[in-house]
Design a protein around this ligand. Structure first.
Ligand code: PDD
Length: 287
């Protein structure tokens, strides 16, 4: 059976799904998105992603296209029609369709909404996590509102492509002070040389990762030493462990940053444990 997408009120065949050429998301990146990991047919960190979606829309003054309840029905139905048990669901909401003009449309337009879902091969993800991955670094070039999850992702696209060309899975942005901000599509973490789990604070210009929050809560429950404090690239390269978090990567151990091998060159115990517990918890709450 082919894939099905939700586009502005209809479920349509994925191959034929389309938006208007004057959709402001398409022309101006005037829209936001969310991605949920899906375990056993249920949304992981459901609430956190909804809360961030509402915040992103609010910051851009785009209305929710439907009630939260209706949105949950659409997401659930998209999963069902695509037979997704374990995978990812993508939601995009743009300001809508209007004649091209940078300022908001003068006449009210309805926000445009698209949902797609796909299955993910968890076994392949596990193999990758067991080996650990490489990240590269790149100068931070993004705008100052990375807390809003907009579809304006060009610096992230270029960073990710550079990573791919270097045989890496992620690129970490490094600011002018030499501090790591976050990854192109994930948050960045280390277990520093003193054994403290560190990730950048959310006062900084980063996305407030929902997985990041879940991992912080988990780490505190486990009574790990945690500090939401920026770390430099030099500290990262000298760290005992490094990893990334996100709806796509979950918790993914990093074993190399640029040319520096991290720790023993194998996934560290903290990252492995957090990954296992995060996935177990997501499955438990789906049950
Ligand atoms: N990206 N930072 C950036 C820049 C991101 O794009 C993402 C997620 C994260 C992690 O956030 P969360 O834990 O809420 O997924 C951090 C998604 C998965 C994407 O763009 O596909």
């Amino acid at each position: 059976m082919g894939r099905i997408a939700y586009v502005n009120g209809r479920f349509v065949r994925h191959a034929e799904a389309a938006v208007h050429i004057e959709d402001r998301g398409y022309q101006l990146a005037d829209g936001v998105y969310e991605v949920w990991a899906v375990f056993d047919g249920d949304l992981a960190d459901r609430e956190g992603h909804f809360a961030r979606l509402e915040r992103s829309l609010g910051e851009l003054r785009i209305a929710m296209p439907m009630s939260r309840r209706a949105l949950e029905v659409v997401l659930g139905e998209t999963l069902r029609r695509n037979h997704v048990r374990d995978g990812l669901i993508y939601l995009q909401i743009s300001r809508g369709v209007a004649p091209r003009d940078h300022a908001f449309p003068t006449r009210p337009v309805r926000p445009a909404m698209v949902v797609t879902a796909k299955s993910v091969d968890l076994a392949a993800g596990e193999t990758r996590a067991q080996a650990g991955v490489k990240v590269i670094t790149t100068p931070e070039t993004r705008w100052s509102r990375c807390d809003i999850k907009t579809v304006g992702l060009l610096p992230n696209v270029l960073a990710k492509q550079a990573a791919r060309e270097a045989g890496a899975v992620e690129a970490w942005f490094v600011d002018e002070l030499g501090l790591v901000t976050e990854g192109a599509s994930s948050n960045a973490w280390i277990v520093d040389a003193q054994g403290v789990l560190r990730t950048r604070d959310t006062q900084a210009n980063i996305l407030r990762g929902v997985t990041r929050n879940a991992i912080l809560a988990l780490a505190r429950e486990l009574e790990l030493k945690v500090d939401e404090r920026p770390f430099s690239l030099a500290e990262a390269k000298a760290a005992r462990e490094a990893f990334i978090t996100g709806a796509g990567s979950l918790v993914l151990p990093v074993v190399q940053i640029d040319d520096a091998v991290i720790g023993e060159g194998r996934p560290g115990p903290v990252a492995k444990r957090l990954r296992r517990l995060y996935i177990e918890e997501a499955r438990r709450s789906a049950a």
